[in-house]
Design a protein around this ligand. Structure first.
Ligand SMILES: Cc1cc2nc3c(=O)[nH]c(=O)nc-3n(C[C@H](O)[C@H](O)[C@H](O)COP(=O)(O)OP(=O)(O)OC[C@H]3O[C@@H](n4cnc5c(N)ncnc54)[C@H](O)[C@@H]3O)c2cc1C
Length: 424
């Protein structure tokens, strides 16, 4: 890696800002188009959402987080300091516009529109992920075994019926399971789940961090140049050759720039005059390297809003949504609270060598990512804001960004994902 600026002679076709799974997938797709690529990241080995997530290819998640009725439930959850949702009150003033939009997203018409737009991405994720996984050598740790959403009560199962029906209309394949069928599929679970929903199109990978490393190794082999540096802003005054300005004052110019800096992307968009509502939705988990019990597939605990995934590196138990901004220290009591719940539902699970983690989901209020050209600078392309689905939608985002980079009509119309939806 180098700390240098580029010279005119070596101006790359594309500069990707951010080496999480989304930025790397964009770089990979651009390289496959024959473009020259530089990637800048403040710390290629440092932690990021893409390293510690649950590893789920959650292609069935085609409805937004802001489901009708959630706002009322959310108010109750916030009364429990270790519940599924928490808000640092010091962060409220700056997050207020985000929450207002979040509430609006649950309006029935808007909810449907967003769901269609999510499905348009999710229904193609395997077409995009499989070539990427094949090329980087990740197929042997890609497990297409579905997932099960679990319900402890009839009431909660019935309450989600409308959402399941909508998901079916959107192309999601699922089937209801009774208590016995749940137990047969996942014998390690405590026998407390009255209902389950088997999600055929969900899958998981062996280790998200390893996948990031595999893609990074591959893009380097394909010729990408990796530059370590903190991007302080963009400069698009030169329309043909915009540049990233580092905090050292150095600049990296490119013919096109892709902003894929995850939860840190908003200030980069703002530096060229584009507004976006983006929050860090902080999530927590614990990885149990020697759990002593087994799961065959990811399980989603519907009422408690957390998941357990059987990764190659152990069972990872986590979830939660904490709004406290990008700088607050992690509160690992959240990891502990989720682990306690996990122990209740996976009796006998061992926590020897447990590793706790917190990561920043780049969350928009409508659960749709930002993919598309900047309205302020046509040579700047956005690829961030994937919230809970950044791994799932990474290769699809890369493919769509590549369409834009080479001036091809995008394989999926991009209107719904434009940053212009945040323009007042
Ligand atoms: C607990 C949890 C569980 C999750 N589970 C799943 C799941 O099962 N499936 C799924 O699909 N998604 C899941 N997600 C979401 C997923 O992890 C994210 O959506 C995804 O990792 C975002 O990827 P990214 O590349 O956009 O961002 P990141 O991985 O955060 O990468 C951003 C990169 O940009 C760099 N960067 C930022 N600012 C700058 C700057 N100014 N200059 C230079 N570099 C910069 C950072 O160093 C980083 O490398 C989960 C998230 C969490 C927190």
């Amino acid at each position: 890696m180098t700390n240098q600026t580029t010279s005119n002679a070596s101006t790359p076709d594309v500069l990707v800002v951010g080496a999480g799974v989304v930025g790397l997938a964009c770089a990979w797709s651009a390289l496959r188009e024959g473009l020259t690529v530089t990637i800048v990241d403040r710390d290629f080995d440092g932690d990021r959402a893409s390293h510690g997530n649950a590893g789920g290819i959650a292609a069935s998640e085609s409805t937004p987080i802001s489901v009708p009725g959630l706002f009322l439930k959310a108010t109750k959850w916030m009364l429990d300091p270790l519940g599924p949702l928490s808000l640092d009150w010091r962060h409220v003033p700056s997050a207020l516009p985000w929450f207002i939009e979040f509430r609006r997203a649950s309006n029935l018409d808007r909810f449907r529109q967003i769901s269609l737009a999510l499905a348009a991405l999710n229904n193609r994720v395997y077409d995009d992920l499989i070539p990427l996984f094949e090329d980087v050598g990740a197929m042997s740790t890609f497990y297409r075994r579905g997932a099960i959403t679990l319900y402890e009560t009839d009431k909660a199962f019935r309450a989600d019926a409308t959402e399941w029906k909508l998901k079916q209309e959107l192309g999601v394949r699922w089937r209801a399971l009774n208590q016995r069928e749940v137990q047969e599929l996942e014998p390690a679970l405590a026998p407390v789940f009255k209902h389950g929903v088997f999600l055929e199109d969900w899958s998981h990978i062996g280790d998200p961090r390893q996948l990031v490393s595999q893609i990074r190794t591959r893009v380097k082999a394909l010729g990408a140049r990796l530059v370590q540096g903190v991007v302080a802003g963009l400069d698009a005054n030169d329309r043909d050759t915009p540049s990233a300005v580092l905090n050292t004052g150095a600049t990296i110019a490119a013919r096109q720039i892709v902003v894929a800096a995850g939860a840190w992307s908003a200030s980069l968009a703002e530096s060229i005059g584009d507004t976006v509502l983006l929050e860090s939705e902080r999530g927590y988990n614990t990885t149990l390297p020697q759990p002593g019990v087994g799961l065959s597939r990811e399980v989603i605990f519907a009422e408690r809003k957390f998941v357990a995934t059987p990764l190659d590196i152990g069972i990872r138990i986590g979830g939660a949504a904490e709004f406290a901004g990008l700088k607050a220290q992690p509160n690992y009591k959240r990891s502990e609270a989720l682990l306690e719940l996990g122990k209740r539902f996976l009796p006998g699970i061992q926590d020897h060598g447990a590793v706790q983690w917190m990561g920043h989901r780049p969350a928009t209020p409508d659960s749709l990512p930002v993919i598309g050209k900047s309205p302020s600078a046509a040579a700047v392309i956005y690829a961030f804001g994937h919230g809970h689905l950044g791994l799932t939608q990474s290769a699809t985002t890369g493919a769509l960004v590549a369409d834009l980079l080479v001036n091809r009509t995008p394989g999926t119309p991009l209107g719904a994902y434009s940053i212009e939806r945040f323009r007042k």
